[in-house]
Design a protein around this ligand. Structure first.
Ligand SMILES: Cc1ncc(COP(=O)(O)O)c(C=O)c1O
Length: 451
């Protein structure tokens, strides 16, 4: 029997990030200045990002070296294992081979520290002393808190209100790493006060929390802003995942026919699948599937057009699949998937037909997450259950057709701090939300007419 758990040694740490933009048949649409509709220059981003990250954001280089201090930090948990899910395969009775790349082994419990370590490092190098950010489920906030603590920076986190209330433990985790955490929308920022007035009693959203964090950074000289997903440099930092996976598949003597990742802003999906895009462009038959919540179906239902990255219209315009920057998704438990937009790179790949997308309801995902925990032992984060469910759907198709496909998904995080959501599922207290068509139609009316 082959190994179930394929590991790499720390001598095999990935040395360069992979930039998929260098290999695309058509270039990515540039970010635009909302004031005049013209492409943005690097200087426009300088008030809130260090130049090294802005250069990465706009880079056309295929490979970008990972600085030693960043790799030293990543060594706390990398390389991560690739597992063959033999027990899940048996439980499903499928001839498919199912693999998962386990990003839950990071100190914060998800893939997010792959970029938070890099972002904290570059900010520290640029002389910044504090970083402000938003967080949905709290995974990103805790990853940034960890990284800021490691590199000696202060950290302020605007946490979406519904998650702040559903997941109080994540706040505790951020406090251990010395971050300050606020339930967003707050009364600390102009944007937050405006949201509280316009949407009294709102659950909050990532779009709102981003506006608050951007405003905080833009109004303080010593403070920069950091985003845990969506932007090109974040996708770039996450590519260590897929690069390691490729080496591990070589060790296993296997290669995926189907790659799957859940997609909120797109970063764990991108990090896992982008290194396989050259194989696909070179003619290899690989299906690449992004899965998202039916309650927030950005890639499956949102038009591909320029929109703001935040509700308060403080960001540049990004060309992406969007449900409208004022769309507030229903309060599903996968808080990290409640974002109105999608990474421009992931959106562009979808437009080019290189990837496909599917949407799932939360109850079927919690069912899949529970089966995974019972067979493979690890409890998936609610976000990650979307990838688990999608992998199970494909494995069951193989059972019907008898095809022995190799299915690989990214296990983006564990759900140890989401147990109250699992408890609600067990008590039959979770509900599925219908596709919020009317709200989306309304929200799309506020998307600007450009590009
Ligand atoms: C465990 C986990 N998976 C997935 C996501 C979705 O984000 P992204 O699409 O950027 O990977 C999040 C976001 O918070 C998360 O915490």
């Amino acid at each position: 029997m082959p190994d179930f758990r394929i590991t790499l040694s720390q001598n095999e740490m990935i040395q360069s990030w992979y930039n998929v933009a260098a290999d695309l048949p058509q270039p990515l649409a540039p970010p635009l200045n909302p004031a005049d509709g013209k492409p943005l220059g690097p200087e426009a981003l300088a008030p809130i990002f260090p130049m090294a990250l802005i250069e990465q954001e706009m880079s056309a280089e295929r490979w970008i070296d990972i600085p030693d201090p960043v790799n030293e930090a990543l060594k706390l948990w990398r390389p991560t294992p690739l597992h063959r899910a033999v027990n899940l395969e048996k439980a499903l009775g499928t001839p498919a081979r199912i693999y998962y790349k386990n990003e839950s082994v990071s100190p914060a419990g998800s893939h997010k520290p792959n970029t938070s370590m890099a972002q904290a490092y570059y900010n520290k190098e640029a002389g910044i002393t504090r970083i402000a950010t938003e967080t949905g489920a709290g995974q990103w906030g805790s990853a940034l808190a960890l990284a800021c603590h490691r590199f000696g920076l202060e950290c302020t986190v605007y946490m979406v209100r519904v998650s702040f209330e559903q997941k109080p433990m994540r706040k505790n985790l951020m406090h251990i790493w010395n971050a300050e955490v606020y339930s967003s929308p707050t009364d600390r920022t102009q944007a937050g006060r405006a949201f509280n007035e316009r949407y009294p009693g709102t659950t909050g959203s990532l779009g709102m929390a981003i506006s608050e964090a951007v405003e905080d950074a833009a109004t303080h000289d010593d403070t920069n802003y950091s985003l845990g997903s969506v932007l090109n440099h974040v996708m770039l930092h996450q590519t260590v995942i897929g690069q390691e996976a490729k080496k591990q598949f070589e060790v296993a003597g296997d290669f995926p026919d189907i790659l799957i990742g859940c997609a909120g802003g797109g970063s764990n999906f991108a990090g896992f699948v982008f290194p396989f895009v050259p194989d696909k462009l070179g003619g290899r038959d690989i299906r690449i599937i992004a899965t998202e919540p039916a309650a927030c179906p950005t890639l499956t239902k949102g038009p591909f057009r320029y929109d703001f990255g935040d509700t308060g219209q403080m960001t540049p315009l990004l060309k992406m699949h969007t449900l409208g920057h004022v769309f507030v998704p229903p309060g599903i438990h996968a808080g990290g998937l409640r974002y109105h937009g999608m990474a421009p790179l992931v959106s562009h790949l979808k437009d080019l037909g290189l990837i496909e997308a599917t949407s799932l309801h939360q109850i079927e995902c919690f069912e899949a997450g529970t089966l995974f925990a019972q067979t493979e032992g690890i409890i998936p984060a609610p976000e990650t259950t979307h990838a688990v469910r999608a992998a199970i759907i494909e494995a069951l198709k193989c059972k019907e057709s008898g095809q022995e496909k190799c299915i690989a998904f990214n296990f983006s995080g564990h759900g140890h701090l989401d147990l109250s959501s699992y408890e609600k599922f067990h008590e039959n207290k979770l509900e599925d939300y219908a596709y919020p068509e009317e709200m989306i139609t309304e929200a799309l009316k506020e998307v600007p007419e450009v590009g």
